[in-house]
Design a protein around this ligand. Structure first.
Ligand SMILES: Cc1cc2nc3c(=O)[nH]c(=O)nc-3n(C[C@H](O)[C@H](O)[C@H](O)COP(=O)(O)OP(=O)(O)OC[C@H]3O[C@@H](n4cnc5c(N)ncnc54)[C@H](O)[C@@H]3O)c2cc1C
Length: 453
């Protein structure tokens, strides 16, 4: 008889683990998945293009309900697990559905943080996390005029841009004086703000939200300095918190997330965890690339292959707003032990900052032209000594000429160099798919690897 694998949380990290597992041990487990959202698994990253009207929900589905049937996976869609019993090795959903497990995978993601100011629970105050939130925003674009987004980070700006595409007047409220301050330095943050203002976005910088006003439904936001604005919708995009309460309730060791080791195992050896809900070596993550790395390692151990360790990730970010080209990775602030290389051309809207430590690239911010982002990111991940290309580093890979690093740079790319960030597909995956499957067109590569999907 097959062992039973149950997964809680039908999202990006968990389903990537299941897909990796099916690749290496397709017949090992009877798999059951619980997801509290009433759909298959979708690409959450692409909710921003859906909101902006550039994609439809169907286009962002990664695994449809039919896919689960075809792969003999029992899916409990729309069912929220409320209890894990580690003695009887069962999980139970709110409606009473109970499943037994031999191995359990917790992949419950995270939940948006809602600032607990007076009025935060009024109608028209939402987050930006799932399809339901996108539907609420799209509905508001049809029935109202003014939206306020609290939080000038990646999610907040993508939400604001999306609603603006439908003709809404949008104000972004941000606590700091720099937008996306966790990814941008002051110079690039200012350039970003200017570009967004040119597109019509309004900003209230260094503003602290004190209260959400309205009688039933939101009608305004009041700030700590006594000023206020009128609004018909408030989207809070001020951060996320690992969704670990279920794990915590079952007695698993949790801190800021569900604590896992390098094999993605929790303190209960039968229970693994991946995704935004975990805390690994003291870190939590809010981007997909690290989660896909976790997924690969976890699948490997679930398949009892016993190799592969997850040792943490360096992350990179891009903003998905048409016409804005920015890239940020690693430690871009630096300190007294680091050096900086900076190039700035305000008229052309170009800015590049590289941070070096011991002749190695440890951080980068690119604004206006992010073509070289993947190359810089690869240099950072590989920890390559850049001494011999130092004079050309700032100008990018294409300027390396015949020094042995340039030329056919695709052939020279490492197999683990990431080609498609949203789907975590590396060069090696694509080359392997092309050579083993005899692929010829981009469509075929997309169908086999998800790269560019
Ligand atoms: C609008 C938006 C844009 C983004 N853009 C980017 C980007 O450009 N680049 C990037 O790298 N990342 C981006 N992210 C972040 C990325 O989407 C997340 O890092 C990723 O989805 C996390 O995967 P996960 O599986 O850990 O969590 P999720 O994808 O959230 O999946 C967890 C699932 O578990 C379900 N669940 C939770 N508790 C239970 C329970 N008790 N029972 C049943 N089901 C449960 C949740 O409802 C959810 O469906 C974006 C996120 C959003 C919201």
């Amino acid at each position: 008889m097959k062992e039973k694998l149950v997964m809680i949380g039908n999202g990006m990290a968990g389903m990537r683990t299941i897909e990796e597992l099916l690749k290496i041990a397709p017949d090992m487990y009877d798999i059951t998945v619980f997801g509290d959202e009433p759909y298959g698994n979708y690409n959450r990253i692409l909710l921003s293009p859906v909101l902006a009207g550039d994609k439809t929900i169907d286009e962002i589905m990664l695994n449809t309900i039919e896919w689960y049937e075809e792969n003999n996976i029992k899916l409990h869609a729309g069912k929220r697990v409320s209890e894990i019993n580690r003695i009887s090795r069962t999980v139970t959903a709110e409606d009473g559905t109970t499943e037994e497990y031999d191995r359990l995978l917790i992949a419950t993601g995270s939940r948006p943080f809602i600032i607990p100011v007076p009025g935060h629970d009024k109608e028209g105050v939402i987050a930006f996390r799932d399809i339901k939130d996108v539907d609420t925003m799209l509905d508001a674009t049809r029935n109202y005029q003014h939206a306020t987004v609290i939080g000038g980070g990646l999610l907040g700006l993508e939400a604001a841009n999306g609603m603006m595409q439908h003709g809404m007047k949008v104000t972004v409220v941000h606590l700091c004086d720099t937008l996306m301050e966790r990814q941008m330095d002051t110079v690039s943050g200012k350039m970003l703000k200017n570009s967004l203002e040119e597109k019509g976005m309004d900003f209230r910088m260094e503003a602290q939200t004190a209260e959400i006003s309205g009688n039933g439904r939101v009608t305004g936001v009041k700030f700590a300095d006594g000023s206020s604005i009128d609004t018909d919708l408030v989207v809070m995009a001020v951060g996320i918190r690992p969704n670990m309460e279920l794990a915590q309730k079952s007695g698993l060791h949790c801190d800021r997330g569900v604590v896992v080791n390098d094999t993605m195992q929790t303190y209960d050896p039968r229970i693994y965890s991946v995704g935004e809900c975990v805390q690994h070596r003291g870190n939590t993550y809010g981007l997909v690339a690290p989660l896909f790395e976790m997924a690969k390692v976890c699948a490997n151990h679930l398949a009892q292959m016993g190799i592969g360790l997850y040792e943490g990730s360096v992350t990179s970010t891009k903003l998905k707003v048409t016409g804005i080209d920015l890239f940020s990775a690693g430690d871009f602030t630096g300190d007294e032990t680091t050096e900086e290389m900076v190039m700035q051309d305000a008229t052309s809207g170009l800015y590049k900052k590289l941070v070096l430590k011991d002749n190695r690239l440890i951080g980068a911010v690119l604004y206006g032209d992010s073509k070289e982002g993947a190359w810089y990111f690869q240099l950072m991940r590989s920890g390559q000594d850049i001494s011999d290309i130092r004079d050309k580093l700032l100008f990018g890979e294409s300027h390396l000429g015949d020094s042995g690093h340039g030329g056919d740079h695709i052939a020279l790319m490492a197999d683990d160099a990431e080609v498609c960030g949203c789907n975590g597909v590396c060069k090696g995956d694509i080359v392997k798919a092309i050579t083993t499957e005899g692929l010829f067109s981009l469509d075929e590569v997309r169908a086999h690897t998800k790269a560019s999907a």
